[in-house]
Design a protein around this ligand. Structure first.
Ligand code: PGA
Length: 263
């Protein structure tokens, strides 16, 4: 596990964007795992800019989003399909058929979710998975106590998640309670994982995920089992890490060794 402590979210988004664009150069049909929420918006802005101003081609890219609400119409402004269209897809040249979301409408949702796992496999697996983290440690909508072996399925959202997201709903009765999400094992299958977390509200979840014991109670801690994951943080979200000085030193060493072409 690597931990990078940035000056701010913009610097973090720059690091993530640079890695995606580098990967895209060597693999134009990159398979990206995408997240929603406020955290990845900076990356989506920078990717949109790379297309509009830099001519970066997304025509062969395939995407798999992490989650989608079950009780919202696909064209509802708060659906994650709408979110992705607004913040990224409308601004890049990705074909509609290359965009995937976990199934969120019945009937037969359970079977559809299992078939979704096959679709990811058939695409060759996810090359780079972007993640945010909930203040309760969820990744995707894998809420605390989600099985660490879980696959794409339906989850009921916790009170904490509902509270965190209630700002998006004027009418509380409109807020969806259930979502489909890639599972924790699905996420861990990705070859590379980049988790961004910014702000003091995420400090407890970051501490538990990076330095705590592996536990389904803090789903982010499952990432300790992944061989190639980087947490991209700001000072506020990193504030509770006991090993923060080690992480800074490790990052400086890595940058130096890369510049010397040693690694
Ligand atoms: P946020 O949500 O990016 O809006 O903070 C992250 C999450 O809940 O996974």
């Amino acid at each position: 596990m690597q931990v990078v402590v940035c000056k701010d979210a913009e610097e973090g988004a720059g690091i993530v964007t640079e890695e995606i664009l580098g990967a895209l150069e060597s693999k134009p049909d990159l398979v990206l795992g995408l997240a929603t929420g406020s955290t990845p918006i900076g990356v989506y802005q920078q990717l949109s800019l790379a297309h509009c101003e830099g001519g970066v081609d997304f025509s062969a890219v395939r995407t798999f989003n992490l989650d989608e609400y079950c009780d919202l119409a696909a064209d509802h402004p708060q659906s994650y399909r709408s979110f992705m269209r607004k913040h990224l897809f409308k601004d890049i040249n990705i074909p509609e058929e290359n965009i995937h979301f976990p199934p969120s409408e019945g009937p037969g949702l359970r079977e559809k979710c299992l078939r979704h796992e096959d679709e990811i496999r058939q695409a060759g697996g996810i090359n780079i998975q972007l993640l945010g983290i909930g203040s309760n440690g969820h990744i995707g909508f894998n809420e605390p106590t989600s099985s660490l072996a879980s696959r794409t399925r339906i989850k009921t959202l916790t009170e904490k998640t509902l509270r965190d997201n209630s700002r998006f709903y004027e009418d509380p009765s409109e807020q969806p309670q259930v979502a489909s999400t890639l599972g924790i094992a699905t996420i861990l299958d990705a070859r590379r994982i980049l988790l961004q977390a910014y702000g003091e509200k995420k400090a407890e979840a970051v501490k538990a995920s990076v330095e705590g014991p592996i536990s389904s109670y803090w789903p982010g801690s499952a990432l300790q089992m992944h061989a190639d994951v980087t947490f991209i943080l700001d000072e506020a979200s990193a504030a509770r890490l006991e090993m923060i000085e080690y992480f800074r030193k490790s990052r400086a060493d890595r940058v130096r060794l890369q510049e010397e072409n040693t690694i």
